[in-house]
Design a protein around this ligand. Structure first.
Ligand code: ATP
Length: 258
């Protein structure tokens, strides 16, 4: 379904990603981990179509990813993409309206159908009781549920999640994990999810990718980019490898913070 071949990404002289190749089948759930700034979000943006590879290709069903986001690829960022002046229900409806009309308005039966669809989705993500409230009345977890409902109303085949739960408390994160797993199974989605949390990656995915630099030049820190250094099937990985990845991520993140 997705064929990534020898992809490089540079910003000016700064090499962010180098030589990434992978094949992803429909229905896979891939979690991406890697040190801060190594290019995970950039990679998701290339899948979304808002950014393009400097070299190499990403094919979806044999064709290049369109250079603009479309309904096939839904996205949820850590920063909530909600409109504060619209109710929870209207926030989901408007996602459909923008997709259908570009002007952002639906009328009559189409509007009614969109409202019914939005209400059903709010029920799925556990927000039915909040549908007439406004975003500033929601908790962080509820806003993230709303952002997921906004993405799902477009019925994407591919869901891109960029650290969607990073800001949430552990208990709420666990609830969100269950929700995402449930949606993934029911809607047969292909999911790419960036996380800082290796445990989250191993709990959620079918496959874990570690982004890291294979080579480093201390004199020219931007000369080399990150590749996929581990591509692991989830659930069948030895503890030793997990510890090794954990240690390498911890060291890199500490170095970032100094
Ligand atoms: N539009 C851009 N122009 C120039 N540099 C950019 C641009 N977008 C990202 N970068 C740089 O590319 C690198 C990778 O950024 P990216 O956000 O993809 O990393 P990340 O792995 O998602 O980081 P984090 O885990 O901190 O979110 C960073 O050094 C960033 O500054």
């Amino acid at each position: 379904m997705i064929e990534i071949s020898n992809v490089w990404k540079r910003f000016g002289d700064n090499v962010i990603l180098e030589n990434i190749s992978a094949t992803v089948k429909e229905g896979e759930f891939i979690t991406l981990v890697g040190a801060s700034g190594c290019g995970k979000s950039t990679f998701l943006k290339m899948l979304l179509g808002t950014d393009s590879a400097s070299q190499g290709s990403i094919l979806l069903d044999g064709k290049p990813i369109p250079s603009e986001p479309d309904a096939e690829r839904g996205v949820v960022f850590q920063q909530y993409s909600v409109f504060p002046h619209l109710s929870v229900l209207e926030n989901v409806v408007i996602a459909r309206e923008f997709e259908k009309t570009k002007l952002g308005f639906l009328w009559g039966a189409a509007k009614k159908a969109a409202r019914e669809e939005a209400a059903a989705l709010l029920d799925v993500v556990g927000l039915a009781h909040m549908k007439n409230r406004y975003p500033d009345e929601l908790s962080g977890g509820m806003r993230q549920r709303l952002a997921i409902a906004q993405a799902l109303i477009l019925k994407p085949r591919i869901l891109l999640l960029d650290e969607p739960f990073g800001a949430l408390d552990p208990g709420i994160r666990a609830d969100m994990h269950e929700l995402v797993l449930d949606l993934w199974r029911k809607h047969k989605l292909t999911v790419f999810m960036v996380t800082h949390d290796l445990k989250e990656g191993f709990h959620l995915g079918t496959r874990l990718w570690v982004f890291d630099k294979r080579r480093v030049d201390a004199q020219a820190p931007n000369a080399y980019g990150a590749s996929i250094t581990y591509d692991l099937p989830v659930g069948v990985c030895e503890q030793e490898i997990l510890d090794e990845i954990d240690e390498s991520l911890a060291t890199k993140n500490q170095a970032e913070q100094v």
